[in-house]
Ligand binder design. Structure first.
Ligand code: FMN
Length: 356
């Protein structure tokens, strides 16, 4: 394995960074202000564009470029095949959800996410230095367009097998996501999310050994100790999600931000009850009740996301974290409520002093 300082130096030089700290793409939690702060500190900014329409993606890019010359990544989910609908089962889920929020209308599950192909075109129109994928791989034709424009492709993986497939498909960097990670697990096969739970300490060196590409570590890293450990295990850079969520520039709902600061690692859980896809969230009253044996199984993604929308909106307005989609990684309590630029610099200084 090459020495840490060579790996981080080459990574930073290639992607125009001053520090090997990446903001994680987080759908719904990546306002331009957070990217501007991290990019101005020399790290990499990020946008999880999953829920954004093309004009919103373009506006995000414009706002970021008005605030920084720094680098950033735009991220999309690779869509699953359309879900199999089961109206009788959805009715049971709607009844269950009515105990937690407003009544859910029968057609609530019909709403669909923004068009993926149009989002891909918007990514190209923004023209960021990096585009990333999660939940699978971009179609070869889109990969060819990225390469033709000199845009690097970062592929999020959660297993060694996924890392190998991503490298063969032309990814430029592998992002190894441990199961500690907050938010959705980036499994290519949604059905395997709970069975193939690999922690970052095991996943990272295995992925580093399996591919020749640079590897970024993500999942449960939120301070200098985690960054130093990830670099020791072979990463070239580290991507932090939950660790940035308490920064003022993240503009997170205050109840969620407060709960992050108090969440023990065992106080988070993997749940399909918000979207239908497995993701790690604070083990709130709703998340625990939805996992009880007598609760109806969540509907498939994205139907469950649509069914829970009314509850999530009401919870946000009420500041009630117990019904909120409060994504959180297992290191949530390490997240610090301080400005993001200072936090990024501080984490990197701490990591460097630990590494001598
Ligand atoms: C609120 C939230 C939203 C997320 N949304 C996305 C997303 O849209 N795309 C993606 O690739 N990963 C998403 N993730 C996962 C992160 O990119 C990253 O893997 C994770 O935050 C790393 O773990 P950590 O939270 O412990 O730092 C999300 C994570 C959080 C906390």
């Amino acid at each position: 394995m090459r020495p840490i300082n060579e790996r981080t130096r080459d990574f930073c030089a290639r992607f125009n960074l001053r520090i090997p700290i990446l903001l994680a793409p987080m759908a719904g939690a990546c306002p331009p202000s957070l990217t501007v702060a991290v990019a101005n500190a020399g790290g990499l900014g990020a946008c999880g564009a999953l829920l954004m329409k093309p004009d919103e993606i373009l506006a995000w890019g414009n706002e970021v470029r008005a605030g920084t010359n720094g680098a950033f990544q735009l991220n999309l989910w690779i869509p699953d095949p359309p879900p199999r609908r089961d109206p009788a089962h959805e009715a049971r889920v709607r009844d269950f959800l009515a105990q937690w929020g407003p009544a859910v209308p029968p057609d609530a599950g019909d709403s669909t996410p923004p068009d993926f192909a149009a989002q891909c075109e918007a990514l190209l129109a923004v023209g960021p230095p990096i585009v990333s994928s999660v939940m699978g791989l971009y179609p070869p034709a889109f990969v060819a367009k990225l390469k033709a424009r000199g845009i690097a492709w970062f592929a999020n993986v959660s297993t060694v097998a996924e890392a190998r497939v991503a490298e063969a498909a032309g990814a430029d960097v592998i992002v190894a996501q441990g199961m500690e990670a907050g938010g959705h697990r980036g499994c290519f096969d949604a059905a395997k999310a709970e069975r193939e739970l690999v922690g970052l300490f095991a996943l990272l060196p295995a992925v580093v050994d399996a591919v020749t590409l640079p590897v970024v570590a993500t999942g449960g890293v939120a301070d200098g100790r985690g960054v130093a450990a990830a670099l020791m295990l072979g990463a070239s850079a580290v991507q932090i999600g939950t660790g940035f969520l308490r920064c003022p520039e993240a503009k997170l709902n205050a109840a969620w931000a407060d709960a992050l600061g108090k969440a023990a690692p065992e106080g988070t859980m993997l749940s399909r009850a918000f979207s239908g896809r497995a993701g790690r969230a604070i083990a709130t009253d709703y998340a625990r009740a939805a996992a009880a044996p007598d609760a109806p199984h969540p509907a498939p993604y994205p139907v469950q996301r649509a069914l829970t929308a009314a509850m999530r909106t009401a919870a946000g307005k009420a500041g009630d974290v117990q019904r909120m989609q409060a994504w959180a990684g297992q290191s949530a309590a390490l997240a610090r409520a301080e400005p993001a630029a200072a936090l990024a610099a501080h984490i990197w200084q701490e990591a460097q002093s630990l590494m001598g």
